[in-house]
Design a protein around this ligand. Structure first.
Ligand code: SAM
Length: 291
C-alpha cells in the first residue's frame, strides 16, 4: 500500500468509513521527500526506542519500525488506529497505544527518541510534556507549523517564553521547511521539520525551574514593555528595587525582554533568589506548567 498516493489513501480510508478529522489535526503526510528528510533528521538506529505521536495511517511508522529496535505509536483516533494495524501488519517491533498522548507516561521505557508529524492543536503541550518529563527523550524530531518552529529557534532580539523554555532543555534547529502541498488534506500554513537535541545534563544545575520560569514569565508578562516595568507589574514589587536587582544581574532595566539571553535569565534568577523572599516571587501555586 503506497501511502504517498492520495488516491490509494482516500480509498483506504473509505474502506474503513473514515475521513480526515481536522479537529484532531489529521493532515496526513503524502510527500516522499519530506518523509525521507524526517527519517534522515531523526537519525534512528537499530538500538533506538522510538515514541511516535499520532502515527495516523502509518507512513512514518513503517519507516521507523524498519530502522528502530522498538516503536511505540500513540494514536487517539480508534478508527485510524484500526487502519494503522492493517497498514503496519508486518511490523513486529511496533506497539500501537490507543490513547491520548497527553496521558502517556514515558517513565519505564528507557532511553528513547520522539518522532512525529504533530497535530497542530497540541504542539506546544506535547513539546513541553516531553521536555519536562522525568525521563526525557534524547531527541525530538517533529513536523510542526513553521511559525512555531521559528519562534522556538529564535535568537536574542526575538526571544519569547516559548524559545526560552525550549532552549532551557535543549538545542532546537529547523531541518527543512515544508509546503502545505505535502499533506492530504493541505493545511493553511507552511510547516517545518524541527529537531531538538535534549541536553543530557540540565543547562543550569542550580536552578529551581518553577521559580526560573515564574521570573521569565514575569519578564514577558506585559507586552512591549521594558523588563523592569514588566517584572515590577507582574511580581507586584517596587520598580526601583527591580531595577537595582536587574543591574546586579548585569541586565539593563530599560531593555525589552526579547533581547535577553538564557545566561541573562540565569543571572536574574541567581540575584532575585538571593535577595527576595521566594514565596513572593513564586507565590503559593503548585502549578508545574509555567510556560
Ligand atoms: N503521522 C501521520 C502522518 O504523518 O501522516 C499522521 C499525522 S496527523 C498530522 C496527526 C495524527 O495525530 C492523527 O493521526 C491524529 O488522529 C493523531 N492525534 C491527534 N490528537 C492526538 C492525541 N491527543 N494523542 C494521540 N494522537 C493524536
Amino acid at each position: 500500500m503506497d501511502l504517498t498516493n492520495i488516491l490509494e489513501l482516500k480509498k483506504l480510508m473509505r474502506t474503513y468509513g473514515a475521513w480526515p478529522n481536522k479537529d484532531l489535526g489529521q493532515h496526513f503526510l503524502t510527500d516522499k521527500n519530506v518523509l525521507e528528510k524526517i527519517i534522515e533528521t531523526a537519525e534512528v538506529g537499530k538500538s533506538d526506542v522510538v515514541v511516535e505521536i499520532g502515527p495516523g495511517l502509518g507512513i512514518l511508522t513503517r519507516e521507523l519500525a524498519k530502522r528502530a529496535k522498538k516503536v511505540y505509536a500513540i494514536e487517539i483516533d480508534p478508527k485510524i488506529a484500526e487502519i494503522l494495524s492493517t497498514s503496519c501488519v508486518g511490523c513486529r517491533n511496533l506497539s500501537i497505544l490507543r490513547q491520548d498522548v497527553r496521558k502517556f507516561d514515558p517513565q519505564g521505557i528507557g532511553r528513547y527518541r520522539v518522532v512525529a508529524n504533530l497535530p497542530y492543536y497540541i504542539t506546544s503541550h506535547v513539546i513541553r510534556k516531553f521536555l519536562e518529563a522525568k525521563n526525557k527523550p534524547q531527541t525530538l524530531t517533529v513536523l510542526i507549523q513553521r511559525e512555531v518552529a521559528e519562534r522556538i529557534c529564535a535568537k536574542p532580539g526575538r526571544m519569547s517564553l516559548l524559545s526560552i523554555a525550549v532552549q532551557f532543555y535543549g538545542i532546537p534547529e529547523i531541518a527543512e521547511l515544508v509546503s502545505p502541498l505535502a499533506f492530504f488534506p493541505s493545511p493553511k500554513v507552511y510547516s517545518a521539520v524541527l529537531k531538538i537535541k535534549v541536553f543530557k545534563e540540565p543547562l543550569f544545575e542550580d536552578v529551581d525551574r518553577r521559580i526560573f520560569f515564574r521570573l521569565v514569565k514575569a519578564g514577558f508578562g506585559e507586552k512591549r514593555k521594558m523588563i523592569a516595568n514588566s517584572m515590577s507589574g507582574s511580581l507586584n514589587l517596587d520598580k526601583n528595587l527591580i531595577s537595582q536587582l536587574l543591574r546586579r544581574a548585569g541586565v539593563e532595566p530599560m531593555l525589552r525582554p526579547e533581547r535577553l539571553t538564557l545566561d541573562n535569565w540565569h543571572n536574574i534568577y541567581l540575584v532575585f533568589t538571593k535577595y527576595l523572599n521566594l514565596e513572593t516571587v513564586y507565590g503559593k501555586s503548585e502549578d508545574q506548567s509555567d510556560w
